[in-house]
Design a protein around this ligand. Sequence first.
Ligand code: BES
Ligand code: MN
Ligand code: ZN
Length: 495
Amino acid sequence: MEFSIKSRSPEKLKTACAVVGVYENGGLSPAAEALDQVAGGVIAALLKRGDFDGKAGSTLVLHRPAGLACERILLAGLGKAGEVGDKAFRDAARAAAKTLATTGAAEAAIFLAEVAVGQRDAAWKAEQIVVMAAEALYRFDRLKSQKEAAKAGPRKATIELAAAQARAAGPGLARGRAIAAGVKLAKDLGNLPGNHCTPAYLAEQAKVMAKAHGLKIQVLEQKDMEKLGMGSLLSVAKGSELPAKFIVLQYQGGAKGDKPVVLVGKGITFDSGGISLKPPADMDEMKYDMAGAASVLGTLQAAAELALPLNVVGLIPTCENMPSGRANKPGDIVTSMSGQTIEVLNTDAEGRLVLCDALTYAERFEPAAVVDVATLTGGCVIALGHVLSGLLANDDALAHEVHEAGEVSGDRCWQLPILDDYQEQLRSNFADMANVGGRAASTITASAFLSRFTKKYKWAHLDVAGTAWKPGKEKGGTGRPVPLLVHFLARRAEK
Ligand code: BES
Ligand code: MN
Ligand code: ZN
């Protein structure tokens, strides 16, 4: 759906579908009220008769309302008046887009941004409408021989706002588009299976994106990584038939000397567990173990599209984690780029083994801050489910910034502590550290491990094991945490 912002009143509007908000306690949004007046109270009457409850996320379509120029009215439930929060608004916008797509409307006028949502401004509402519509209409049928016949929704839609607010909403519209495109890129890559989305394919897609958006890109090959001493990363890659790649992307929106934000994304294109093989149930889902990498690509694309005035570096270590005669064995000791040695007690804890070398590589950029994104631990799914990403950091101000970016974007995270006390679980009799710290607090011990490689800069870690993927009937990539990261960068750029 292509969005634009317009300032029209609903009563005389000739549109295929006017989308208006209705409250749970029978109240009408201003646009719903205006339509209701002209249409002789049809909306109020149907609410009274109990044909629509106004719960957030519910919808109802009225056809050819008498006395009005619009062909349809789509009622979008908002929940209780005066209590519309971020979630209710996002649910309403998502559901409205989904229902819209089931109609034959070729365009639509959306009157939802006028609704009061806490302290959120018009720009925020415009952004959320665009992002939620994209979420509702996303499909991945690239690998089906018969494309689904489902309607893709109207080609065009307007976000209707009073003139003063319409101007203020402009940046939100642009941000929404950039986020939606970044999320789509990340979802597509996450949904592609391991036999399509290989390390070489990821590198190729990074090149395509970089070329289209004017980013600098360099792809390090295995021999380059050997020279750099990335023994930890390479130890994971050597179990696979496919060579590892190390993708370095640079977006320069700031001044030459400005210290960059470095984003690091875990790019395991398939995680079988290696010799510490995973159980077969749901192993297919481990094709999304490169979701961190995909989100870094999506975020850099968005930063470039928005021409954010700051410098950003994207680092993507990518390989497969496979069992073979050359694979890491439990007990093997590898030497990381930092010089620290690691005893690989569990070959399934491979994410930290590739990330630690990328985090050491990040030092050369003298970063203002480093944020890594990884589907790192099953423990994070147990702790926070599919709602919140795990956030861990060595700097509280940075953690606060990342948390805030999550709140405003709706792509939320929750901080867990990295106390020194947890380091003891990583003790090894034979090397500087073990790569696992047991089942207890595995999300924290994974971060405690990474924190040994991030001493030279401010660092935050997002564990997206539970949030980058939606399980169940509608399983697939979510594109998270692209919305969070885009807001994080946009807010940094403002300073
Ligand atoms: N990629 C997995 C983590 C994961 C699990 C992501 C489930 C999404 C859903 C990671 O490489 C892994 O296997 N982690 C292990 C670490 C353990 C061996 C210490 C885990 O969390 O079970
Ligand atoms: Mn693993
Ligand atoms: Zn993994």
